[in-house]
Design a protein around this ligand. Structure first.
Ligand SMILES: N[C@@H](CCC(=O)N[C@@H](CS)C(=O)NCC(=O)O)C(=O)O
Length: 199
């Protein structure tokens, strides 16, 4: 398999960590999705990463790729099929929403100052702050969010918080000791260390 990624993309990182945790191999191909290279467009007309090139053709969108990987005999299962399935997916999509809002702020900031839309930016920041508060209030006093084992919920939230470290103007740890403690611990995993964002 080939995995098209960018080294700062939090959605690429989510898949890269999942593959490492499941002990699945893929050749990682680094592309810049904002340049829409012919190489990337050949596998994803949306010009987005991550893309997993498989025997069944290209799969894009990190959530779809994670589902695809679950069909493999990986070391561990990251999306439970029953029991905590819906809580796991809820945490994953909440974390992805934080990432999306942060990405939107970043894109807004990249525009020339006189073209930036403060309303859009503030709306995105409000989403991030509310979602962080939601997570802080529900953080278990444990290493993992659910099931006492690693799931895609942990990977997604870990990637989202690390992406805030990379791109968010505010200190998300302030007033959120549970989240800060949990993030520090999850980042010690080899799969997280091996995929730290590189500018
Ligand atoms: N929902 C998608 C989002 C992927 C995404 O937004 N990727 C960004 C990089 S983090 C990208 O490639 N952006 C380029 C673009 O949208 O043109 C996923 O989960 O994979």
């Amino acid at each position: 398999m080939k995995l098209y990624i960018s080294l700062t993309s939090p959605f690429s990182r989510k898949v890269r960590i999942a593959m490492r945790e499941k002990d699945l191999d893929a050749e990682e191909i680094v592309v810049n999705p904002w340049e829409s290279s012919a190489e990337l467009l050949a596998v994803n007309p949306l010009s987005q990463v991550p893309v997993l090139m498989t025997a069944n053709g290209p799969i894009f969108d990190s959530c779809a790729i994670i589902e695809y990987l679950e069909d493999f005999d990986g070391e561990i299962n990251l999306v439970p099929l029953c029991g905590s399935r819906w809580p796991v997916l809820r945490w994953m999509r909440l974390a992805d929403g934080i990432t999306e809002a942060c990405l939107n702020c970043f894109l807004e900031n990249k525009r020339p100052p006189d073209q930036r839309n403060m309303e859009i930016k503030q709306r995105q920041m409000a989403k991030i702050e509310r979602a962080l508060q939601w997570t802080e209030e529900r953080m278990p006093d444990a290493e993992f969010l659910l099931n006492e084992r690693l799931t895609i919920a942990d990977i997604s939230l870990g990637c989202a918080l690390s992406y805030l470290d990379l791109r968010y103007a505010r200190d998300w740890r302030r007033g959120r000791p549970n989240l800060a403690r949990w993030h520090e611990k999850i980042c010690l995993r080899p799969s997280f260390k091996d995929t730290e964002p590189v500018e």
